[in-house]
Design a protein around this ligand. Structure first.
Ligand SMILES: *Cc1c(COP(=O)(O)O)cnc(C)c1O
Length: 408
């Protein structure tokens, strides 16, 4: 018997902890930029699993690698060398311009790895006094969900009643060089920051901020570690968001799209100077860099280049942004974005983000609000003009309908 969407939703609600509040649709299939529910209705994916699906769903080349590699070797652990890890990391190093990589699985694990790396470097290289290392983070950050990471979140929902929190983090204002300068002490190991804040609502700092922060970090012997789990690998119209300001980080955290929309694959990349302090036994992960993941990760990176996804993100991203900006609606307060990563800030006095996402869902567009007032549009980087031309009138029509209902 085919279970109805209603029954499947009920079942998920009954047996799952309620740490998410999904939109009311039961998806069962994906291909390219499209998703289908169990009744066969089709939706344009403008959410891409929080930007984890840059290659589109079920990319044939990645499916091929998944099949081939899974027949050969799935997992061995890092107790042995494998024939897929070296080539994967070589590709990552080549693309990122950094020197040494440490593969993990989820984004949060790669952030934890970056924190460990920064602290070891602080004690061993910078000679910070034992247990005194500080890492500077910014307001509105999102770096994941582990206890340490939520310890330095400024979002009450994600940290409330999860204490005691991990010490050693200093929070400064985003986009403020003065607060960075004030926060640095002799114990500062690193500045950990998203070059564009994703979950905060596609918040783009002043174009001088990152180059200035780079300078201040260098002058003070502080590592600049960029969390590009979401902004990286083409999402913003450059391979990495830091390329918009022609700087180089000392550490780079990748995840999400690295897994080709098939597997959780993440990585922390840094210099030899920083990474030398990871010695056998100091850190690890049973699954980190497993053969299947390494094969998928390598092919994901190759496909970003072969299919010119970065260029497409830039081109279609600015087209989508322009088209959205043409919409005249009292509901829209601001539209901002870079590449195929666009945030539409709406007037929550008229409609909140959740309701707006539900309305778009009913018209065949999947998006998701962040912080009640921002609708994010982040389709797979393979999206074509004709698909954008299909979506924009629907978004416009939805806004028009809301306007007519709410404003008279
Ligand atoms: C999604 C995200 C993370 C966390 O990744 P998970 O795979 O969910 O652990 C960390 N940092 C940024 C910037 C993200 O967008």
């Amino acid at each position: 018997m085919v279970e109805s969407q209603e029954r499947l939703i009920k079942k998920e609600l009954e047996f799952s902890a309620k740490n998410y509040k999904p939109l009311p649709v039961v998806l069962s299939r994906g291909k390219g930029v499209w998703l289908w529910d169990t009744d066969g209705n089709k939706y344009l994916d403008m959410m891409s699993a929080y930007s984890a699906v840059s290659h589109g769903h079920a990319h044939p080349e990645l499916i091929k690698v998944l099949h081939q590699q899974s027949k050969l070797l799935g997992i061995t652990s890092r107790a042995f060398y494998t024939n897929t890890l070296g080539p994967f990391l070589e590709k990552l190093i080549h693309i990122s311009g950094l020197e040494v990589a440490l593969p993990m699985n989820t984004g949060a694990e790669a952030v934890e790895t970056a924190i460990k790396a920064a602290r070891r470097w602080a004690y061993k290289t910078k000679k910070v006094e034992a247990n005194k290392a500080e890492i500077i983070v910014v307001e509105g950050n999102f770096h994941g969900r582990t206890i340490t990471i939520i310890s330095f979140s400024t979002d009450i929902e994600s940290k409330e009643d999860f204490g005691p929190y991990t010490p050693g983090f200093i929070t400064i204002k985003y986009d403020s060089i003065d607060s960075l300068k004030e926060a640095i002490t002799k114990n500062t190991a690193a500045l950990l920051v998203e070059p564009i804040q994703g979950e905060a609502g596609i918040v783009i700092p002043d174009s001088n901020w990152l180059p200035e922060a780079r300078k201040v970090c260098t002058e003070n012997n502080v590592l600049l570690i960029l969390d590009e789990i979401q902004s990286g690998l083409g999402r913003t119209g450059k391979m990495f968001a830091f390329e918009h300001s022609s700087i180089r980080p000392d550490g780079l955290i990748l995840g999400k799209a690295l897994g080709g929309g098939l597997l959780p694959i993440s990585c922390f990349l840094s210099t030899k100077e920083v990474m030398q302090w990871f010695v056998p036994g100091s850190h690890g992960s049973t699954f980190g860099g497993f053969p299947l993941a390494a094969a998928i990760g390598k092919r994901s990176l190759e496909l970003i280049e072969e299919e010119k996804l970065v260029e497409n993100s830039k081109q279609q991203g600015s087209y989508l942004l322009e088209e959205l900006k043409k919409i005249q609606s009292p509901i829209i307060k601001q539209i901002r974005g870079k590449g195929l990563w666009i945030g539409v800030e709406i007037d929550t006095k008229i409609i909140n983000g959740r309701k707006m996402s539900e309305r778009l869902l009913r018209k065949g567009i999947l998006s998701k609000e962040t912080h009640a007032s921002i609708i994010r549009f982040a389709p797979p980087l393979i999206i074509k003009k004709k698909e954008i031309d299909w979506a924009v009138p629907i978004i416009k029509e939805t806004l028009k309908e809301i306007e007519e209902e709410h404003i008279r």
